[in-house]
Design a protein around this ligand. Sequence first.
Ligand code: HEC
Ligand code: HEC
Ligand code: HEC
Ligand code: HEC
Ligand code: HEC
Length: 635
Amino acid sequence: MVPKATKARFATLGSLFVLVGGLTVALAEQTQLPTTAEDFFQPGTQPLPDGFQAFEASSLTCAGCHKFDDDDNPDVITSPYITWAGSMMAQSARDPVWQAAVTIANQDAAGAGEYCIRCHAPMGWGSGRSTSGNVDDLWDPDDTDGVACGFCHRMVDPVFSAENPAQDEDILQSLVDAGTYPDPASPGNGRFIFDPIDDRRGPLDDISVNMHGAAQIWHSPHHSESSTCAPCHDLGNPVFTWNESTEKYEFNAVDEAHPDQNTYHMFPEQRTYSEWANSEYATTGVAFPDGRFGGDGHPDGVMKSCQDCHMPKTHGANCSFWYLPDIGARDDIDVHGFAGGNTWVIGAVHDLWDPIYTGLTDDVVNMSMQRTVDMLAAASDMDVVQDNDQLDIRVTNWSGHKLPTGMPEGRRMWLNVQFLDSAGITVEELGSYNWQNASLDESSTQVWEAKLGVSQTIADATGIAEGESFHLVLCDEIIKDNRIPPVGFTNAAFDAIHANSVGEIYVDGQHWSDAAFVIPDGATQAVVTLYFQTTTREMMEFLRDANVTDDKGQIAWDAYVARGMSPPVIMDSTTLDLEPTKGIPGDINEDGEVAVDDLLILLSQWGSCIGCSGDLDGNDSVGVDDLLLLLSNFG
Ligand code: HEC
Ligand code: HEC
Ligand code: HEC
Ligand code: HEC
Ligand code: HEC
């Protein structure tokens, strides 16, 4: 149960709650923010719009025709139902990690759960069943189906054009009249627009028979554009506002909507869509001659939209009547796999829920996990070169946004470097990962990730610790963000969308990151592996231990343990045979000892001398410093 909060105002400067005739709710040593649904209010279609027709009972209805496994190329599964069922969006409301996080959100800020449900169970939200913010109050199959067929295919383009269904003009006008039209320049936050009528909108304009009963089919070019994904793939926390002069995100007045509703002025939790919109993918596109993305329906290999990479095109069918001449197979079926970076939660949903509702058979789970592993392998390239006694590693981001992107909590990638001697024995290991207890030795390696935190002000107000934190709705600081930007990024553009790196500098256009390791004595081979992990143990422990309300944290923890504690997956791996390193400074002739021969070479080069072997300290001049260095190694 979420306690109903009363009107209160939070004073940022005094670091105190000033209560206007109400109570804040005390959790064990923690004070709940007295927010209300008003604080989380967002424009877009509101629940139960005028003329609302219920969402089709569940995606199982669609499965009747859109689920099939025997089309004319059995190697490739193109059935929208089967591929979608294995995606995180199909399971976004059943996801035990999400459910556990919603409980924490409700504990932290009253009414927050309603916001979470908006994107993770949009049909339940649109049907007016999310008012309590409590996941257990979502009872209809539409709700637990998460981001379902019937929801995406009712979404309306926020910008009207002549190619769109004519009725969109009225749908948009009614939002303008109600003052809830979402500004497309301020994307995200679940500000979607959906058709009150239960029709089907999609990319096809040549469907010969409508088998959808009373529902009409409308051609919607919008569905082939990234703007379809924008409402949910950018997420700001509306209880905070960026203050340009203090350069801080400050807590808003309670029980009031965000003052300017500009998503870029809110605390930036996810910026995937905006990262993409400010990359080269959104303008010219990026060509992949190796065909790593997009399927065989993209012969030129140029990737632009989210759909290009996340809905690869291939020859096949989208309904079970594929053998009929009029409906038949197509050359460019959009595969609804939506693979990303989640390697294990699909398995956990499979373990916790009845496959009748989830569509998650063992095969569907295995195919989904394989798609994700393939996606992660395609996401980056790694180059490893030896520079004398140093190993230089470059990781290049080829995804359409930051790498990693999306969920800032828990996602990370790191380098594991093993130096072996000639007998194959490990001389040194950096970035070692303990597969038994899921702990990573972070201090010895490069880790790419984002870390959120809580300011002193919020810490004082709530009683939680200041600094790095997993309290998603309370976080008002970015402590670290060295995730690698996408092709075509600029600092100015990323500053404007509040998505710039923190604690790391990437120059404009730099969509790669470099790391270097010293080669230890005796090493003859280096095995370098780039790993990705979906969820850290620290985050799962937090969800389990911070929960004082229900058993969802424990359920998520148990599911995580049962699925191998989010096993890291390999993105890239290289084995390099090492050249012997150049030995001791001063051994100019490289004969293994520092002797008179070396001294004579050095003296013969005395003075300004660019690139000379006697310039041991590399300052373009051979002088006393070099002489002293040589003498210190003499013998
Ligand atoms: C996250 C949103 C989303 C969900 C959920 C979704 N779709 Fe789609 N669907 C799309 C988009 C976007 C396209 C068009 C992609 C393009 O043109 O690039 C599409 C295309 C289609 C097409 C026609 C294109 C083709 O491949 O021939 C059909 C049929 C379809 N979807 C059915 C379904 C069914 C059935 C489900 C549920 C099992 C479903 N969709 C779930 C977004 C979604
Ligand atoms: C604007 C839409 C939106 C809203 C609102 C939203 N989320 Fe999400 N959430 C997403 C998207 C998109 C992802 C997937 C990102 C990814 O996979 O990297 C996600 C992923 C997550 C995950 C990771 C799940 C996993 O299996 O790893 C958690 C946990 C989560 N959200 C919790 C919440 C909570 C708690 C709230 C409410 C305070 C919330 N979300 C509100 C869109 C939203
Ligand atoms: C009785 C069979 C049947 C059922 C049930 C069914 N569909 Fe379809 N659907 C079809 C056929 C046939 C097509 C056309 C396929 C083609 O031409 O490639 C189609 C096409 C579509 C398209 C493509 C529209 C476009 O213009 O791109 C969407 C979207 C779609 N269906 C969504 C759904 C959803 C959502 C459900 C469940 C609520 C559903 N369908 C249930 C048979 C069905
Ligand atoms: C109604 C909101 C909504 C819309 C619209 C939406 N998404 Fe999502 N998406 C989500 C949520 C919520 C999640 C996270 C589910 C979870 O992890 O529990 C998600 C997760 C994902 C993931 C991560 C999967 C993984 O395994 O890590 C990808 C990829 C994705 N969506 C792609 C898309 C694309 C492409 C589109 C547009 C065609 C789109 N989404 C439209 C809400 C949405
Ligand atoms: C050039 C191909 C490409 C494009 C374009 C692209 N993506 Fe991705 N996306 C990837 C790859 C590869 C991954 C896996 C790496 C990762 O998880 O970050 C990924 C991962 C994701 C994830 C999961 C992140 C995580 O680790 O949890 C989400 C969510 C997502 N993409 C959404 C989108 C959306 C929304 C768009 C469009 C605005 C988009 N992507 C455009 C290639 C692309």
